[in-house]
Design a protein around this ligand. Structure first.
Ligand code: PLP
Length: 366
């Protein structure tokens, strides 16, 4: 069986280092925030050429903290894509603002930058572009709109660790970048964790305060905050894994290249597309096909597991019914939701496995 993602292979390679580190953290009792989190923050900021990084509890809280620290509040509108994991829009609701969706570019699956201006109203305060599947949004183009209308830009980098656009790290174009270290992400903890990166000292301080019960020192709470801090254990695990992130990212890119060479890009299979200046990190390798259900079943019969990201667009989710969207509002997003398949993708995927997957698909669609 070829799993869609197999995190055990990676664990077996780094197991000794991880277990040693876990013992070290338990001995130190630095369980919440503390020295491992500080070390992690310094290294993660450096890795993304950002001035500051703030560790937090998960990717969803990272987005919410970035929004709140930039002053996004009740009644504000925040523009984002309907073709993403629910957390992007959930976080907007967590600060009691309103998600406003804009359709996607059918080639990159990212927000269609040309359609953003139409969605801007007097209430619009921010844009959250999502670098979906690890494929960077054209950030210079997006920032031109953000700057023109004086909007905050929070990048959802949950799937795009180390991705760059025009050789600049994603997460550093806007006011802040939010990352997730959910176990299956390109940099994954062994539990929940997240981080915000920013070049602003003010935003950094605000996020630190918000994420730690609004406190400025012990038992002095200046604002109402949250318990959104990072665990020392997760920070220590991420410190180990971060050493390998570049190497793992290159492997993902090589796997994507092999897929593209062996699969036939034609009317039946649409391969991933990217902007010329984008350097994607392939959190997922997503193709688009007709007769998706049949292909998924046939692959399963041959022992290949796949997945769908995401089968139900956010504007059609029951949780967002109150926003008043209906089927047909975002045709490109809806088309993708019905036709995309995510093929197995993780750095330890073997060449023979990729060859087998491609051979099987090419026979199925012939
Ligand atoms: C994973 C993910 C998140 C949320 O991260 P959590 O750590 O699970 O809270 C947000 N946005 C996108 C695009 C994601 O893939």
């Amino acid at each position: 069986m070829i799993q869609f993602i197999d995190i055990d292979r990676q664990y077996q390679i780094i197991k000794k280092e991880i277990l040693q580190k876990i013992e070290e953290v338990l001995d130190s009792k630095e369980f919440i925030s503390g020295k491992y989190v500080t070390q992690f923050e310094t290294q993660f900021a450096t890795l993304h050429q950002s001035k500051y990084a703030i560790g937090c509890s998960n990717g969803t809280s990272a987005i919410a903290l970035a929004l709140e620290a930039n002053g996004i509040k009740a009644e504000d509108e925040v523009i984002t894509t309907p073709h993403t994991f629910i957390a992007t829009a959930e976080a907007i609701c967590h600060v009691r603002a309103k998600p406003v969706f804009v359709d996607i570019d059918p080639n990159t699956y990212n927000i269609d930058i040309n359609k953003i201006e139409n969605a801007i109203t007097k209430k619009t305060k921010a844009i959250i572009p999502v670098h979906l599947y690890g494929n960077p949004v054209d950030m210079p183009a997006l920032m031109r709109i953000g700057n023109k209308y004086n909007l905050f830009v929070i990048e959802d980098c949950a799937q795009a660790h180390l991705a760059t656009f025009n050789d600049q790290s994603i997460g550093t174009f806007g006011n802040a970048g939010a990352f997730s270290f959910y176990p299956g992400k390109n940099l994954g903890a062994y539990g929940d964790a997240g981080a915000v990166i920013t070049n602003s000292a003010k935003i950094t301080e605000k996020i630190r305060k918000l994420s730690d019960h609004g406190r400025s020192k012990k038992y002095l709470h200046e604002i109402i905050g949250y318990n959104y801090r990072m665990d020392g254990l997760q920070a220590a695990i991420l410190l180990i894994k971060m050493k390998y992130l570049k190497e793992w990212t290159i492997k993902r890119q090589e796997i994507a290249k092999t897929y593209c060479e062996l699969l036939k890009n034609n009317v039946i299979i649409k391969l991933p597309q990217k902007h010329l200046k984008a350097n994607p990190v392939y959190h997922l390798f997503v193709i688009q096909v007709n007769e998706r259900d049949k292909i998924i079943q046939d692959l399963k019969k041959k022992g290949i597991n796949t997945s769908i990201h995401y089968p139900i667009p956010l504007h059609l989710q029951p949780a967002f019914q109150h926003l008043g969207y209906k089927k047909g509002d975002f045709p490109n997003c809806e088309y993708s939701a019905d036709h995309v398949i995510s093929l197995p993708m993780f750095p330890e995927l073997k060449k023979e496995e990729i060859e087998f997957i491609c051979k099987t698909i090419n026979i199925i669609v012939k």
